[in-house]
Design a protein around this ligand. Structure first.
Ligand code: FES
Ligand code: FES
Length: 155
């Protein structure tokens, strides 16, 4: 039986219908937020990372019902008025994406780092991104993009 869950997704209050054992990732994807990627299913890749009440969360590892009443942000919610979020821009400028499958998850955790750890060193940025895997880039450009966003004071 479906349950109605009320949450704010990307700034809009919404009611999403979830199956009892559905995880948040699958609920978001079926509701149209397809930036939330289905990678490993077990909390090992970070491709499904979203912000929940402003903190990065592996959405495959929490029940959809856990998000009831919470504020969720996915990649779709970052650009405003046709303008990319600054962290999206530095990812583009630094060429931090190749196939792009991991990119939404990386951008969500990077946004958290830029906003909440503005003084993080490169080593601390690498540690903060350590829960997200990329099979293409070798991580160098991803880290450069986050450092650039921090150095430019972008929020
Ligand atoms: S799909 Fe959620 S951590 Fe891999
Ligand atoms: S850009 Fe391909 S997995 Fe990261």
């Amino acid at each position: 039986m479906n349950t109605d869950l009320e949450m704010t997704v990307n700034g809009f209050k919404t009611i999403l219908k979830a199956e009892p054992y559905e995880n948040l990732r699958d609920l978001l994807r079926k509701s149209g937020y397809t930036s939330v990627k289905k990678g490993c299913d077990v909390g090992g890749c970070g491709a499904c990372t979203v912000l929940a009440n402003d903190k990065p969360v592996y959405s495959c590892c929490v029940l959809a019902a856990w998000a009831d009443g919470k504020t969720i942000v996915t990649l779709e919610g970052l650009a405003k008025d046709g303008k990319l979020d600054p962290i999206q821009r530095t990812f583009m400028e630094k060429g931090a994406a190749q196939c792009g499958f991991c990119t939404p998850g990386f951008i969500m955790v990077s946004k958290y780092v830029v906003e909440h750890k503005p003084n993080a060193t490169e080593a601390e940025v690498r540690k903060a991104l350590g829960g997200n895997l990329c099979r293409c880039t070798g991580y160098v450009k991803i880290v450069e993009a986050v450092m650039a966003a921090k150095e430019q004071g972008l929020k």
